[in-house]
Design a protein around this ligand. Structure first.
Ligand code: ATP
Length: 365
């Protein structure tokens, strides 16, 4: 990570008797894009508001650009926040909305006009919009004005609280792409709260997964997806298959896994494919749907196979998802195949499916 611009250490936040954050620590690097994800009520927005200066901490320390933020008002911080619900001034024009933070800073009129025009261009908003009122713009355009207003005073950190959740799917996709490009061009640090995990994976350099006021894991999107800290994180992002396995510790410290449910020899797990959080309790392999394929015949070297019956399939265009019922497993095995004109199997058909256990990820239940 680059030099940290935000260093939040052991942050506790109480609302009256209720504890919303139980000692959260997070570092955000200069120019980094971090996404905060987690179930509703886990404290994402609370953490963002603490960074922005809209909430005080109960305990803990927050430094931004190396300075203690205790008692520093939101307006005096090098951060700006964009809210889920648009907070544009309805009776001000687009130009007045975007220029507002500069007016507060008593920047002179000509400079405000220049920077507002530059923001408009950056956000791909047409110059004729300057004199319109927010109600005369589409939802996506309004959200771009809100972004422009947050960025016009050139903050070092942009804090985004579900800024795209109110937009329709297509608009959301295009604004997501713009946001990523904007982040790359500006070099500003972005912290995004989102409940959309795909959005977090697409946009962020690192994802911080929270649960009940605590950070469960911080990592790159691939770490979170392929090397989750526990089953909660694994199940939270993307579709998952968990296969119960028996683990044998050999003398040289290697872990060998085997399963009575499959056809195939026990395998030695590669160190990188074993959770560092692996504790006591039953162990399971996390097998992502895209790593499973249909096979016929005996398993190849290092391969395990299962026999099952096609329960359902879903054609998604670029991919086709199959759900296979396997005796001994509670949930159907989910597999994602590349889309194709011909379906490889029909509902009710008996099929063989295979995967490489050594390449799957070993977790504790
Ligand atoms: P969501 O995804 O639903 O927006 P969140 O992860 O952003 O949720 P927060 O809004 O940070 O969660 O809320 C965390 C906890 O703190 C929740 O239990 C919530 O009810 C509580 N909380 C949030 N704001 C306040 C407040 N102003 N007063 C009292 N309790 C609050």
């Amino acid at each position: 990570m680059a030099t940290p611009i935000i260093e939040a250490s052991a942050i506790i936040k109480d609302y009256g008797q209720a504890r919303a954050l139980h000692g959260v620590s997070l570092e955000v690097g200069a120019g980094e894009f971090v996404a905060l994800v987690g179930p509703s009520g886990c404290g994402k927005t609370t953490l963002l508001k603490i960074l922005a200066g809209f909430e005080d901490v109960t305990e803990g320390r927050l430094e931004i650009q190396g300075k203690d933020m205790h008692g520093v008002a939101a307006a005096s911080r090098p951060t700006r926040m964009v809210f889920q619900k648009l907070a544009l001034f309805p009776h001000k024009t687009v130009a007045q909305n975007i220029g507002f933070p500069l007016k507060l800073q008593k920047v002179d009129k000509a400079e405000i006009d220049r920077r507002v025009a530059a923001m408009l261009e950056l956000m791909h908003l047409k110059p004729e919009y300057l004199d319109r009122y927010p109600a005369q713009l589409s939802g996506g355009e309004q959200q771009r004005v809100a972004l422009a207003r947050a960025l016009v005073s050139q903050p070092s950190v942009l804090l985004l609280d579900e800024p795209m959740s109110a937009l329709d799917a297509k608009l959301k996709k295009s604004l997501q792409a713009e946001l990523k490009k904007l982040h790359r061009e500006l070099g500003t640090s972005f912290v995004l709260v989102t409940h959309d995990l795909e959005e977090a994976m697409m946009l962020a350099d690192r994802i911080c997964v929270m649960r009940a006021g605590r950070v469960v894991q911080i990592g790159t999107p691939s770490d979170i997806y392929y090397r989750p800290a526990n089953m909660f994180v694994a199940g939270f992002i993307g579709e998952t298959n968990f296969l119960p396995v028996d683990v044998v510790h050999t003398q040289d410290g290697a872990l060998t896994v085997g399963s009575s449910l499959v056809t195939g020899e026990p395998v030695v797990m590669a160190a990188g494919n074993v959770s560092e959080f692996l504790g006591e309790g039953n162990k399971a392999l996390l097998i992502r749907p895209e790593t499973i394929s249909f096979i016929s015949g005996e398993p190849g070297p290092g391969q395990w196979t299962l026999i099952g019956v096609v329960d359902e399939y879903f054609i998604k265009g670029s991919s086709t998802q199959y759900r296979i019922r396997v005796a001994g497993l509670d949930a159907p095995v989910v597999m994602d195949l590349p889309g194709s004109l011909e379906l490889p199997a029909q509902v009710g058909e008996e099929v063989g499916i295979g995967f490489e256990p050594a390449r799957a990820f070993l977790l504790s239940e």
